[in-house]
Write a protein that binds this ligand. Structure first.
Ligand code: ATP
Ligand code: MG
Length: 369
């Protein structure tokens, strides 16, 4: 019998990877540093004190080890065998400066950007980009934490100093029309499976909802797929990767990449033949990749802070991560499906108004609601 798949991190992504592995008959082990991690309810869960210990616990006998988070320190990984994706791929993405340099090197368009160390670089930033700008910590940011908009020199200096410990990347603030993402899974033998382009909406830096396919999938999907393909091939990346973008008319700029399964792809569980989780597990374990074709139109709604009352409705699937409520925390999500855009709209409109008012939905869906 082949060994288990080790998963560093037992958050909701680890939990959904484990659920996908169950369906494939792959045994998983998970390790996290917090006892109430969403995957802690699984019997194979191990509580550890550090990510280095997680690697030690998960590696012996494993056929592969992967992660559900990208902030695992690289030095915790140096003893890991069978890491998928590779530590080099993680290193190229974990630091926003390295990530921007990579995107530039392979010619993927991004917002104009410059690196900055602290407030003393404010003049240089303004000379290069003008104002307003988005200041991002080089490391450790997620869900909009670790970033600040600066509209004048004083707020720019404050932001640069706030993130001086890790250093910053500063970007022009892009007046985008909307945001979108594409996900791909790549196998070790270079089989690429692209997911349909998804429309994402971020509220205060955090993903609020995602709708697939994106209304401009047919025009822009053909632009984005070669871009993400170039990226995963350059990184010799194995597994699922997400690329988040800004759409400005018919052009796209890459915002950032995530070297893991991603919140913008949760809808693929219900929406595609094989989900992003299933394909990540398959890629890690050397199993043939599954079909990424769209099965149904989807709207994924993140449950932030508290879990709403879970009302049974046709075409609605609830995912409760079992987390304690806390403002700003992703505690679950729901996916609404329809065989076409019209049925999706009808089903969204039938959701309780108290739930719908949590989301700034696109006009069609909002009108129907
Ligand atoms: P994640 O949780 O996806 O990792 P994050 O906190 O790492 O998020 P980003 O994805 O870089 O940060 O930014 C979060 C959101 O902030 C974006 O989705 C977008 O809405 C907004 N944003 C980021 N950079 C810019 C920019 N240069 N111009 C305009 N808006 C931006
Ligand atoms: Mg992001």
């Amino acid at each position: 019998m082949r060994g288990h798949l080790g998963i560093i991190g037992g958050g909701q992504l680890g939990l959904m990877l484990a659920q996908a592995a169950d369906e494939l008959g792959v045994v998983v082990w998970l390790a996290d540093r917090v006892p109430d991690a969403p995957a802690a309810r699984r019997s194979e869960f191990r509580l550890v004190q550090s990510w280095g210990e997680a690697v030690q616990v998960l590696t012996p006998g494993a056929q592969a080890v992967t992660w559900d988070r990208e902030d695992v320190p690289l030095d915790a990984l140096h003893n890991a065998a069978g890491l998928v994706p590779s530590a080099a791929a993680l290193a190229a993405v974990q630091d926003r400066l390295a990530q921007k340099q990579l995107l530039d090197a392979i010619g993927l368009p991004t917002a104009p950007w410059i690196a900055a160390a602290n407030a003393s670089d404010a003049g240089q930033v303004i000379a290069a980009l003008g104002l307003p700008v988005m200041v991002k910590a080089r490391r450790g940011g997620f869900d909009g934490r670790g970033q600040m908009v600066a509209r004048d020199r004083a707020s720019l200096e404050a932001a640069l100093d706030r993130f001086a410990q890790s250093g910053c990347i500063v970007e022009s603030l892009i007046p985008f029309d909307d945001e979108c993402a594409v996900l791909v899974t790549r196998s070790a033998d270079d089989d690429l499976r692209h997911y349909p382009m998804v429309w994402t909406y971020q509220d205060d830096g955090q993903l609020s909802w995602a709708m697939a396919p994106h209304p401009r999938e047919s025009a822009l999907g053909t632009v984005l797929r070669p871009m993400i393909a170039r990226l995963v091939r350059k990184l010799n990346y194995v597994g699922t990767l997400a690329m988040e973008c800004f759409r400005c008319g018919d052009t796209v700029l890459v915002n950032e990449i995530a070297p893991r399964v991603h919140n913008s792809g949760h809808w693929t569980i219900e929406g595609c033949v094989s989900s992003q989780f299933s394909n990540h597990v398959r890629a890690a374990c050397g199993l043939p990749l599954g079909d990424t074709a769209l099965r149904q139109h989807c709207l994924m709604l993140n449950c932030i802070g508290t879990m709403p009352e879970q009302i049974e409705r046709p075409g609605v699937t609830w995912h409760d991560y079992g987390k304690k409520p806390r403002p700003g925390r992703k505690v679950g999500h729901l996916t609404v499906v329809g065989r076409d855009a019209a049925e999706l709209q009808e089903r969204v409109a039938a959701l309780p108004p108290d739930l719908l008012k949590r989301y700034a939905l696109p006009t069609g869906l909002r009108k129907a609601a």
